[in-house]
Write a new protein. Structure first.
Length: 321
């Protein structure tokens, strides 16, 4: 029998409706190859009573803060800005600190990072929240290393995400971390969302319209994905896009939130992970097909991204999927 990972969603007054539903939906779609569900998600409030969601309806949970004792992972969804201070009650903060001390994984979606910050769980850590709240967040919590560009940050036992839909990215990342890419990709297909979104929040920040003559780099990105094993440099990418290197680099960062080099490395790492999970290729062959050239280079990039070596990654995720 599959032992399900237990997820508690702590809903506070003024909870953002979409944020509240994301964990149940995404984790509910994660299953093993036999179709057995891998997570069980439940919702609680500080006193077990109803709260008001930001959309104007009431949320009536089945549990109070004792649910955090049951959980393996605790998630705090975003809260409407006007309710942030009122939502951070003494009882909720104490329960979150106790859950963290007990070794539970703690996560937040969007402005839920404010709650983790108020509880002291993000002190001297990197964190993410919605880009629109970055200045306010930094003013309130200068001891936290806020990154307003990324979609989410995985700092081991505490994970935070950017606004709204970035909660989808974070939950899929956790499934991928727990059970590998095949399980995460299945869950993404069930949710009809992309299994992995490129770039960070900078691609969504409001900015002036492109100047006349500027074009998208999307076609070049698609072209690159079919040639990850080839040696590629910035000049080649710019030529394919029919732009100068300077224009291509600027447009690429505006559209993806990443430099071309960083984006290419990320795609190669994801391709290598897929090959490690789904093929019997040697590590040298995986490195070659993913465009890293040598096993040493693959090992360095994989360790920097997921914290493990290729063989260890393969042993873990080929056996769990």
């Amino acid at each position: 029998m599959t032992v399900r990972h237990r997820v508690a969603v702590l809903a506070l007054d003024g909870v953002m409706a979409l944020d509240l539903g994301i964990p149940s939906q995404v984790f509910g779609c994660a299953s093993d190859s036999a179709g057995h569900r891998l997570y069980e998600t439940r919702i609680c409030t500080p006193d077990g009573g109803p709260i008001r969601a930001s959309a104007g309806f009431a949320v009536t949970p089945d549990h109070g803060l004792d649910l955090l004792d049951w959980a393996d992972t605790v998630i705090v969804p975003g809260i409407h800005r006007d309710r942030l201070d009122a939502a951070t009650t003494v009882a909720a903060m104490a329960a979150l600190r106790a859950a963290h001390t007990a070794g539970k994984r703690i996560m937040s979606i969007c402005t839920g990072a404010y709650v983790l910050a108020a509880a002291g769980l993000l002190d001297d850590r990197p964190a993410a929240t919605h880009w629109a709240y970055a200045e306010d967040f930094r003013g309130r919590f200068p001891q936290i290393a806020l990154d307003a560009d990324v979609l989410f940050i995985d700092d081991g036992d505490v994970l935070t995400s950017a606004g709204v839909a970035a909660g989808l990215d974070l939950c899929l990342h956790v499934i991928r971390r727990d059970h590998g890419s095949e399980v995460a990709n299945r869950a993404a297909r069930r949710c009809v969302v992309a299994p992995w979104r490129d770039g960070g929040q900078s691609q969504f920040i409001e900015r002036p319209l492109p100047a006349p003559g500027d074009t998208s780099t999307a076609a070049t990105r698609d072209w690159v994905l079919t040639r990850l094993g080839d040696p590629l440099d910035l000049d080649q990418l710019a030529r394919h896009a029919r732009m100068s290197v300077r224009t291509f680099t600027r447009r690429f960062r505006e559209e993806t939130g990443l430099s071309p080099g960083r984006w290419l490395t990320r795609q190669r790492v994801e391709h290598a992970r897929h090959l490690l999970e789904s093929t019997d290729l040697t590590i040298d062959q995986v490195a070659d097909r993913a465009g890293f050239g040598t096993a040493v280079s693959l090992r360095q990039h994989l360790r920097a991204t997921v914290g493990t070596a290729p063989l260890a990654y393969r042993r873990t995720f080929r056996t769990t999927t």
